[in-house]
Design a protein around this ligand. Structure first.
Ligand SMILES: Cc1cc2nc3c(=O)[nH]c(=O)nc-3n(C[C@H](O)[C@H](O)[C@H](O)COP(=O)(O)OP(=O)(O)OC[C@H]3O[C@@H](n4cnc5c(N)ncnc54)[C@H](O)[C@@H]3O)c2cc1C
Length: 485
């Protein structure tokens, strides 16, 4: 009988664990290790951050779901992987540190036959001095951060109501951030809330981003076919910014954040200061702080992980010029080349290269979005690895057979641009594939027929419905496995 340990209960890990439990016969064990007792539908943190939803609307306790499903849940943080075991015991093990209230800080080891690393991002606020909730800016990356942002936003609204002018800056807190879509969503939700309250004219809204042009979203932008014409995400996004009066600062690296002042540099080498009354700036991401040791206790972290802390999988990590990168460089099975019983999915795997063109400022500062790994691909990777492990464990398959390359899969994303059942809007986007493939689609790198964008009220309804659908699914309610990732 096999034991599969899943590190992380986010979109990728939770999806993998639920599918594993569904696919594996009862004698096999599925263990989930995650430091937070709650599951969080992160995309809706945007609505928590403007006060439209409470944290309780975007979270639920994991333990009852896992108990009902027969999954062993350990509320703990993984700290080290011992893929060869240690000392006398060659059984692979993971060292964890409890975060449960009654045993916090206690370390123990869990042995495994297969390990899935789905630890997502470490929010690297430390990369920029003064960035983040312990510094001088806000975040919506966790539901706790989003609640704090909502409180600060309520104060801004109060000041505007008193007739004061306010500057709100939203965007990326470092030149190498990812997740531009989330900053875009928060910008337009904030702008929408100001407008529906009649306070917009006293507020300046600034979008500060490391993207060289609007509509890049970390995927190098998109071309859509719309009503027989080809249009770009740049054109589409620029018109939204013009229509809503949001001022973009493009190609920017935030050097430091001081109270009320953001110091930044742009691609042309200009150094400037942006004053603010309210700033929500996302941090760059790193991999979780996991270490790895061989059986003799030697540190093999550099073998398992890229310098970014993300785990190396079946990708081509060799250095080469941007134009020589190929779709086939992207991982397909998420299996570690070093240890075949080790996998990394979602944000936890190390991407082989950026999707947006890498750029450096004239001062030599790298300023370009890191590759996003959004919810849908993260869920698909989690499910695919679960299916592969079920095949290997129960049907004797020699290795992973099913593939989930981001260069072979499409993704759908609905970016909220303001909540409200009658006044809301959202931008619905699909693209195929996520990672452009210029060998297959020489002109635009993607299939323009399957790449699509539309903005309107209907997309907001869809986003709202999906909020409920994905929480229903994550609670493993009746028929959950039929719902797509
Ligand atoms: C504000 C915001 C809005 C977003 N909106 C969208 C959207 O609209 N659409 C979309 O597709 N994507 C969106 N995303 C991206 C989406 O949230 C991510 O793609 C997705 O969460 C990635 O899934 P994951 O499982 O890799 O990571 P996560 O969902 O972050 O899960 C990581 C898990 O690992 C756990 N963990 C961390 N460290 C350890 C450790 N040491 N040991 C064990 N467990 C650990 C965490 O507690 C968590 O449970 C948004 C992201 C943000 C920040």
């Amino acid at each position: 009988m096999a034991r599969v340990v899943v590190l992380g209960a986010g979109i990728a890990g939770h999806t993998a664990a639920l599918h594993l439990r569904r696919l594996l016969a009862p004698g096999h064990e599925v263990v989930v290790v995650s430091p937070n007792s709650q599951w969080n539908w992160i995309p809706s943190n945007i609505w928590v951050g403007v006060g439209r939803m409470a944290a309780a609307d975007v979270t639920f306790p994991l333990a009852p779901v896992y108990q009902r499903q027969g999954i062993d849940f350990r509320q703990a943080r993984a700290v080290a992987i011992h893929p060869e075991g240690s000392g006398e015991d060659p059984t692979p093990q993971v060292e964890v540190e409890s975060t449960a209230p009654d045993s916090a800080g206690t370390r123990s080891r869990i042995t495994y036959d297969y390990l899935i690393n789905a630890t997502g991002p470490r929010l690297n606020f430390a990369a920029t001095p003064g960035l983040g909730p312990t510094g001088h800016s806000l975040s919506v990356c966790t539901y706790g951060h989003a609640e704090e942002a909502a409180r600060a936003f309520a104060e801004v609204l109060a000041r505007l109501e008193r007739g004061e002018r306010q500057t709100l800056v939203i965007g990326m807190g470092h030149g190498l951030c990812t997740c531009e879509g989330a900053a875009f969503e928060y910008t337009f939700n904030v702008e929408h809330e100001l407008r529906v309250r009649g306070l917009r004219d006293r507020a300046e809204v600034v979008y500060l981003t490391n993207e060289a042009e609007l509509g890049d979203f970390g995927v190098g932008g998109m071309f859509f076919q719309q009503q027989g014409f080809i249009t770009s995400s740049r054109l589409w996004t620029e018109s939204l910014f013009t229509e809503r009066g949001v001022r973009p600062i493009l190609g920017a690296h935030v050097q430091r954040v001081e109270p009320g002042r953001i110091h930044y540099e742009t691609l042309d080498g200009t150094e400037a200061v942006q004053p603010f009354d309210f700033a929500m700036l996302l941090p760059p991401f790193r991999g979780a702080e996991l270490q790895a040791f061989d059986r003799a206790g030697h540190d093999i972290s550099a073998t398992l992980f890229a310098p970014s802390g993300f785990m190396k999988v079946d990708a081509a990590y060799g250095a080469k010029p941007y134009d020589e990168w190929r779709a086939e460089d992207w991982p397909r099975t998420y299996q570690s080349p070093a240890y075949p019983n080790l996998f990394a999915v979602g944000i936890a795997f190390a991407p082989p290269h950026p999707i947006s063109r890498p750029r450096t400022s004239v001062r030599g500062t790298p300023i370009a979005p890191a590759p996003p790994r959004t919810g849908m691909p993260s869920g698909v990777m989690g499910r695919t690895v679960a299916q592969n492990l079920a095949g290997m464990i129960q049907r004797g398959e020699a290795g992973p057979r099913r593939h989930a390359s981001m260069a072979e899969m499409g993704a759908a994303c609905i970016a909220s641009a303001g909540a409200g059942m009658r006044s809301g809007t959202a931008a619905a986007m699909t693209m195929f594939p996520v990672v452009p493939d210029y060998q297959r689609y020489p002109r635009f790198g993607r299939d323009v027929g399957d790449t699509y964008g539309e903005i309107g009220l209907a997309a907001h309804w869809l986003k709202h419905i999906l909020h409920h659908v994905f929480i229903y699914k994550a609670k493993a309610r009746l028929g959950w496995a039929l719902l797509p990732e």
